[in-house]
Design a protein around this ligand. Structure first.
Ligand SMILES: [Ca+2]
Length: 271
């Protein structure tokens, strides 16, 4: 695969992805089981154009991100630093914040019917807050680890660090099903932050700069959004991996950031 990025100053149209057709090489191949059988061709790669950037709190260990009605809502992780936040897009200013108890490492975030739903990593508990007030209304339990969270029209969609996406009832939080995510027959592990975009699930793959675009009912990766190069404009070495996808459906704007990244980007997919 050959990708060429031309990076110029960062004001508006910033990163131009030129010539980005992958042939015979995919991100799944590097992580696929060695004895994979019955595998097929991998999904195509998409490039990107970064059309805008915004400030992002470089202390925010981003684990969940959504866009609603002009604001970002963010879940941050780490014990003692976990929180939910309401953030002004243009300035990155945190206008509302609620800390999570130190014993919890907060993870994925989504909204449902005027509430915010937040997962925790290894403590098997999720929190339900009022979207406007951030008041803790209830908790819910689940098995396994909590990583990413989003929803479609009828169900919550949750990742747990494996290749599986689980479906939960948004009111009772009962697990109602799930799907194993594959690319060309190979499992795609470590699905992390999620976003539901026009009928498909976008999933950060942990410790990569790739987003898997997944058909939720089959689990098939339909394409890879390769955001290599976006991080080079900021961020720090270490844990600062890409993790954070939000979608403004009304404005058709896709936002991406990462843990401890000083910037959040609006990106356009280049097919
Ligand atoms: Ca998200």
């Amino acid at each position: 695969m050959t990708l060429r990025y031309v990076v110029s100053g960062f004001s508006r149209a910033v990163i131009v992805v030129a010539a980005a057709i992958a042939i015979g090489c995919s991100p799944a191949e590097s992580t696929a089981p060695s004895a994979a059988a019955a595998v097929g061709p991998s999904a195509p790669f998409y490039g990107f154009l970064a059309v805008n950037s915004f400030p992002h709190d470089p202390q925010a260990f981003t684990q969940g991100l959504i866009y609603r009605d002009g604001f970002l809502y963010e879940s941050t992780g780490l014990n003692g630093k976990s929180s939910i936040r309401k953030v002004t897009l243009d300035t990155g200013q945190v206008v509302q914040k609620k800390d999570v108890e130190q014993k919890y490492f907060a993870e994925g975030l989504t909204d449902w019917d005027g509430r915010l739903l937040q997962l925790t990593w290894q403590t098997n508990v999720g929190f339900v807050y009022g979207l406007a007030t951030f008041d803790l209304q209830k908790t819910f339990m689940y098995s396994g680890e909590g990583w990413g969270l989003t929803h479609d029209d009828t169900r919550l969609i949750m990742s747990d660090g494996t290749s599986r996406l689980r479906f939960l009832d948004p009111m009772t939080f009962a697990e109602t099903g799930g799907v194993d995510v594959t690319d060309g027959g190979r499992p795609v592990e470590q699905l992390n932050e999620l976003e539901f975009v026009n009928g498909e699930v976008y999933a950060n793959v942990w410790q990569t700069e790739r987003i898997a675009i997944i058909a939720p009912d089959s689990g098939h990766v339909t394409a890879w959004l390769d955001l290599t190069g976006l991080r080079s404009t900021g961020g720090r070495a270490g844990d600062d991996v890409m993790n954070g996808i939000a979608y403004d459906a009304a404005g058709d704007r896709l936002f991406v950031t990462g843990k401890l990244w000083p910037q959040l980007f609006q990106v356009r997919v280049r097919k």
